[in-house]
Design a protein around this ligand. Sequence first.
Ligand code: CAA
Length: 379
Amino acid sequence: MELKLSREQALVQKMVRDFTENEVKPIAADTDLNTEYPAENIEKLFRYGVMGMVVPKEYGGAGADDLAAALAVEELSKQCASTGDIVATHNGLCCGPIINFGTEEQKQKYLRMLTEGHKVGAFCLTEPNAGSDASKGTTTAVLDGDHYVLNGAKIFITNGYVADVFVVFAMTDPSKGTKGISAFIVESSFPGFSVGKHEVKMGLHGSPTAEIVFTDCIVPKENLLGVEGKGFNIAMNTLDGGRIGIAAQALGIAEGAMAEAMDFTKSRIQFGRPISKFQNTQFKFADMYVGIEAGRLLIYKAALTKMSGARFTLEAACAKLHCSELAMKTTTDCVQMLGGYGYTKDYPVERMMRDAKITQIYEGTSEIQRVVISGNILR
Ligand code: CAA
């Protein structure tokens, strides 16, 4: 496995690292405190080609590869996991399936909207009674002449109340189970589309999460994504890609927290010396470092496997499981290292700890990743 970044990947990494230091870090605490969508930064990320970076150049994107996309999310998430999440969802869960399964017309129209048009994308799979058991959704899509009529509601939709373009999964034939699910591209301007409850969350306050409601929502027939009845496969394939993005987000959170804790422990004097001089602190950093480096390798492997065109379900699940568990443990340990200071909003580690939690839950819980991993290795 080639571990050296290509010139393009290294350029993306540096560009997003600089952007994060200069534009993301200064507002990260307020974004969290005020539950504020970082609109100006997302607009800049469109202009810099990061939003929609995976879209091929012929459809308005930067034509970046999957590893570059993961590097971008990692860098942003070192300072603001919300910004990393908005970008990962837009690129992986909305642009991704349109790139992979869209018709030429759909690509020309929607990928351009999601890049040059600066329209934000989202992905609607989860329902109140269909979370981990994703195929049990009850949203329906009934063909009526030249359009489908969608009815139902989706919850926990990232980018929900700011997005314009949604990849939506609905039952076209409930009698067929997973083979009765189809995917659609839905615009927020379509009749019968509405945004429901805005979620108030433990963390990731800058990332807008909402319920999306379809009430006799009219979706043109040509907005069917892929083949009717193949929607579940599209959802699963898309989530495989999305899980690399969440692994990168989690890795970035862990790295950000560790950097904060290293700074703090070098200058915090207790018992006559910096607490970084105590072996307890040093061993904790050693373990964090190994976990982070292992996570990086798992992400690289998953991204490179995806780029090779081979199935990467197992690799993506391994990366997501390891990195999200790592992020939770690392941020918890970092709060502990900062002691009382770590529990206050004067330092970012408590925010990072709250943000880390969701990485163990969304785009497939840690338990679902273990289902996927064990299913693959025991096959
Ligand atoms: N790629 C392509 N196809 C796949 C696949 C994959 N990774 N995994 C399964 N499939 C296909 C199977 O081949 C099968 O197709 P055929 O019948 O044609 O062979 C079909 O899907 C059904 O497969 P299973 O029987 O394995 O499906 P299942 O119902 O047992 O579910 C699961 C498997 C892994 C548990 C799946 O339901 C799952 O991943 N659940 C978690 C859902 C999830 O991650 N939700 C997150 C939502 S998005 C989010 O959180 C972010 C946001 O912005 C809202």
